[in-house]
Design a protein around this ligand. Structure first.
Ligand code: CP
Length: 306
């Protein structure tokens, strides 16, 4: 059974679970939370954020979202947990549920780590995916969609380039699927060795110089050194920027209304010139801000479906 068929909406593990209407509702809900500054209250609910991979934005904006909704947030440090004694992720979640946790946000290096959890008849607490290896990063995807929606009010006929380390990026995986489904035209750019032919299902590959003056959104990806093997091409900082990144010259050629996005952390001077991170068309800081509201919408949705 696919996630779409399963409709386990008390978990949030991939945007594939949702139809377009449901996704648009979540985006609009997040935008409303941001505009109104009022959030649903879940003061009787307990959350825990289990990050087995490093994170600043996802971890802390989930925590901010939980606290803005009045939830009780338990601390979890993998290095001080019984995971270090060999306890499995399944047994860790079973334990957290047994002591009264309602919501478990997990980032883990294993792709689709959540399958065993959401398929288990013994796991009733809500599982929220904060990133699974090189698989998916659905909460990042929702905040990216929210940021584009705030700018353009629709995805139909938008031309969007996803640029850079495509094969190692869970952000790219989530975004290419959902943006195409919502009506955008997708292009890919970056080193050809980081482009996989399977992406043709979603868009076409081109050089950044052919795309730069026609796209509405330039969505940069971080070069994920931690996921590279020895066979991956190693670029010097300046070589990457000049061949594949947003230089001053390329930024100047973008359409007046076009925006630059990046999930961050940014390798300044690699994917984009250092000082362009905060330029007028950059929405990189807005994405971080929107992360809190998108995650409030996600938590509200899963808790309502419990
Ligand atoms: N964009 C993102 O996932 O950042 P963190 O790794 O800091 O959470």
């Amino acid at each position: 059974m696919t996630l779409v068929q399963a409709k386990k909406l008390h978990h949030f593990v991939s945007l594939e679970q949702y139809d377009n209407h449901e996704i648009m509702n979540m985006i609009k809900t997040a935008v409303d939370f941001k505009r109104q500054g009022h959030f649903p209250s879940y003061a009787d609910k307990y959350a825990i954020n289990c990050f087995f991979e490093q994170s600043t934005r996802t971890h802390k904006s989930f925590e901010m979202a939980e606290r803005r909704m009045g939830m009780q947030v338990l601390d979890f440090q993998p290095s001080m947990s019984s995971v270090k004694k060999g306890e499995s992720l399944y047994d860790t979640v079973l334990t957290l549920q047994a002591i009264g946790v309602d919501l478990v946000v997990i980032r883990h290096s294993e792709e689709a780590y959540y399958t065993k959890l959401i398929d288990s008849e013994h796991i009733n607490c809500s599982i929220v995916n904060g990133g699974d290896g090189a698989g998916q990063h659905p909460s990042q995807s929702l905040l990216d969609l929210m940021t584009i929606y705030e700018e353009y009010g629709s995805f139909e006929n938008l031309e969007i380039a996803i640029a850079g380390d495509l094969t190692h990026s869970r952000v790219a995986n989530s975004n290419m699927q959902i943006l195409k489904r919502l009506g955008a035209t997708i292009y890919f750019t970056g080193p050809q060795e980081w482009y996989d032919p399977s992406f043709e299902e979603y868009g076409t590959y081109s050089s950044i110089d052919k795309l730069i003056d026609k796209v509405d959104v330039m969505m940069l990806l971080r070069v994920q050194h931690e996921r590279h093997t020895d066979s991956d091409n190693r670029f010097s900082k300046n070589t990457y920027l000049q061949k594949y990144g947003i230089t001053f010259e390329r930024e100047a050629r973008m359409k007046q209304s076009a925006i630059i996005m990046h999930p961050a952390p940014v390798n300044r001077g690699v994917e984009i010139e250092d000082s362009l991170v905060e330029c007028g068309r950059s929405r990189i800081v807005t994405q971080m801000e929107n992360g809190v509201y998108a995650r409030i919408a996600i938590i509200d949705s899963v808790l309502k479906h419990r």
